[in-house]
Design a protein around this ligand. Structure first.
Ligand SMILES: Nc1ncnc2c1ncn2[C@@H]1O[C@H](COP(=O)(O)OP(=O)(O)OP(=O)(O)O)[C@@H](O)[C@H]1O
Ligand SMILES: [Mg+2]
Length: 430
């Protein structure tokens, strides 16, 4: 049975999916007003592609979702400003993905979003009077994708369908007519680092430049980590089409504490009657151990809660909660450390510690000098060892100094914590 239901919640407070582009997402997003402003102003100021770079799980997709929702909400409630609608789904490219299939996926996602949001707006009945943009959208009959199947060959069906969708977008978001704003469905291409190398990423994105990225009625945001967005931004073919990347960094420890509190409130059946086996202090401690990564903190907090329940423990006082939390941290980090220690030779260990302590957990083999190596090649075999042990995540090495393609994983941060514990050093004082 769901432990959180037993503890008085309606749903888990430790959801790790991106915050959605709706009222709930807006409410749950803590801090970040400067980034929201940056994304909104980039979305609204030109038709160029917005780009966002930042470590995995730092909050990029959530930020873009909420920024797009704010623009949408403003328009729907006042009838003023740019007319944008956040797409219900984020899209992903992969090295094997056929570009034509990707285009169809996006167009279908857009149709579904417009149909669904149209119904939502109609149902709310709060359409600003005399606004042609909303009127166009709601008056154009929704596209029914099921109706499109007929006896024509498949390729032709698809071509016709595309034309129909693109015409429909032009009616809803007429280019350059009257509105004086940049309008469209806001679509995200997420996790560009899945494309592995900047060269593959550039090629895929360049292929979309004159099709998907130039269609009327779609606003694009590209998100990625491990420096891949910088790799794309350097493409001459994309020059003039991409806005310089917004670099997203982590939230502060006190904001992390506020995330816990806002999620408890938002998911509790009765806010005063919920139970959790940890307090704000333990949550913030875990956030620090995991190098200020909020997704990993949410995920490991869930692991801790499951452990508490597995062991039939039920700490009540703050002191009991802290004691059990630190015990769990010791067990978890100790187990990982025991499993890898014999395989972690002295030199690889030294690379790991430099990666953690000196360069803050994100680096590339181009930083070889800081690691005490004469060239990237001699450093690489140690990175492979760390990668195999799951202590770092490394995407393909391209010799690009801007790309920090090696990142310490949550497992790596727990190993570091375990090492400090062994030495009797507290993480908070480190
Ligand atoms: N400012 C914030 N307030 C509340 N929750 C947040 C905030 N930032 C991120 N989160 C939460 O952290 C988790 C990770 O966020 P998100 O998926 O947006 O990160 P990301 O950078 O897009 O990750 P990835 O690199 O994997 O795509 C989600 O559960 C999200 O709800
Ligand atoms: Mg994301």
């Amino acid at each position: 049975m769901n432990i959180y239901k037993r503890w008085g919640f309606e749903s888990t407070p430790f959801e790790t999916m991106p915050l959605p582009p709706n009222e709930k997402g807006e409410k749950l997003l803590i801090g970040r007003s400067n980034y929201l402003k940056k994304i909104r102003s980039r979305l609204c100021s030109s038709s160029n592609i917005v780009t966002v770079e930042g470590q995995n799980g730092i909050g990029k997709t959530s930020l873009v979702n909420v920024a797009a929702y704010e623009i949408y909400k403003n328009f729907i409630s006042t009838g003023e400003g740019p007319f944008m609608i956040p797409c219900d789904i984020a899209f992903q490219l992969s090295p094997e993905k056929d570009i034509e299939i990707f285009i169809d996926e996006v167009l279908f996602g857009i149709v579904q979003t417009l149909n669904r949001k149209g119904q939502e707006v109609k149902a709310k009945g709060s359409i600003p009077k005399g606004n042609d943009a909303v009127k166009n959208w709601l008056d154009v009959p929704p596209l029914d994708l099921k109706d499109m199947h007929n006896n024509k060959p498949k390729g032709m069906q698809e071509a016709e369908l595309r034309v129909k969708i693109l015409n429909w977008l032009q009616v809803i978001f007429p280019y350059g007519k009257g509105l004086g704003h940049i309008n469209g469905v806001v679509c995200i291409v997420d996790n560009l680092e899945l494309l592995q190398t900047s060269a593959i990423a550039r090629k895929q994105i360049e292929q979309l430049r004159d099709t998907l990225f130039s269609y009327t009625g779609i606003r694009w945001v590209l998100c990625g980590s491990l420096g891949i967005v910088f790799g794309i931004a350097s493409s001459p073919r994309l020059e003039g089409r991409l806005i310089d990347p917004i670099e997203v960094d982590g939230i502060s420890p006190s904001e992390a504490g506020n995330i816990l509190e806002s999620r408890v409130l938002a998911n509790a059946k009765y806010p005063n009657e919920v139970y959790l086996p940890l307090t704000r202090s333990e949550f913030i401690h875990l956030f620090g151990v995991l190098n200020n990564n909020i997704r990993n903190t949410l995920s490991y907090t869930n692991n801790y809660c499951l452990w508490i329940d597995d062991e039939n423990l039920h700490p009540i006082t703050n002191e009991e909660k802290a004691t059990l939390y630190y015990k769990w941290m010791e067990i978890v980090s100790g187990k990982i450390l025991d499993a890898i220690q014999t395989q972690l030779k002295r030199k690889a260990m030294s690379v790991f510690l430099t990666g953690v302590k000196v360069v803050g957990g994100a680096f590339s083999t181009e930083d070889f000098e800081e690691f005490g190596f004469a060239n990237p090649g001699t450093m690489r075999s140690h990175i492979n060892t760390l990668h195999k042990l799951g202590l770092v995540h490394a995407s393909r090495d391209e010799g690009d100094k801007r790309r920090k393609n090696i990142q310490v994983t949550p497992k790596g941060w727990l190993v570091y914590y375990g090492l400090l514990l062994k030495k009797g050093i507290s993480v908070a004082s480190n």
